[in-house]
Structures are given as C-alpha cells and as structure tokens.
Design a protein around this ligand. Structure first.
Ligand SMILES: [Zn+2]
Length: 114
C-alpha cells in the first residue's frame, strides 16, 4: 500500500469516527464492553469544545486534545519531523506518557476517588 494512501487512511479514519460521533452520538465501545473509560474517552467532547473555541472545557474533557495537532503532524511526516530520531521518539513518548498519566489520573478519580 502506498504511503500516501496509508496517511490518508490514518487521517481520515479518526476524522470519520469523529464526524460519526458528532452526528449520531457515540458511546465508547471499550466503556460499553469493559465498564471503564478508555484512554481516549472525552476526546470527542474535547474536540467539540475546541472547535467552539472553549479552551477551558476542551481541557476539562480531555487535556491531551492539545496533542492532536502534534500527532497529525507526525502522521503526515511519517514519524520523522526532526532529523534526530531520538527527538522524535522523545516527543512521541511524551505524548504517549501524557495519555497514560491522564488515563491513570482519570481512572483514579472516577473509580477510586470516591
Ligand atoms: Zn472511550
């Protein structure tokens, strides 16, 4: 499969999922099956808030929404934004760690925080 097609799919798939959830409403499959939130839960609301320029609500829905442009740039640039691959690894690791920390905090607050 050509790289341009992969990029198009990687970009369009989340966009289509977002559009679907925006129009029809979307219950997270992970949440439905396992009864707990997934690392992406709240992202739709966050993107909606961001589109409405409500930064505070976007951050409250999912703070990692601000990393989406970084992720999209990395998808378009084949994961090589900087020449030094360790810089790229570092940035992507930071994004991943951000999602993980956010997820653990939200799990803690929702299920063990009382
Ligand atoms: Zn979810």
């Amino acid at each position: 499969m050509p790289d341009s097609v992969k990029k198009l799919i990687l970009t369009l798939l989340p966009a289509l999922l977002f559009l679907y959830s925006y129009v029809f409403g979307f219950e997270c499959v992970f949440r439905r099956w396992f009864g707990i939130i997934c690392p992406g839960c709240g992202m739709t609301g966050a993107v909606r808030a961001l589109l409405a320029l409500d930064i505070q609500r976007a951050a409250a829905c999912h703070p990692m929404v601000f990393s989406l442009p970084v992720i999209l740039i990395y998808i378009f640039m084949n994961g090589r934004v900087f020449k030094n691959r360790y810089v790229n690894y570092g940035i992507l690791s930071a994004v991943g760690a951000g999602f993980l920390v956010n997820y653990l905090i939200r799990l803690g607050i929702l299920y063990w925080g009382g």
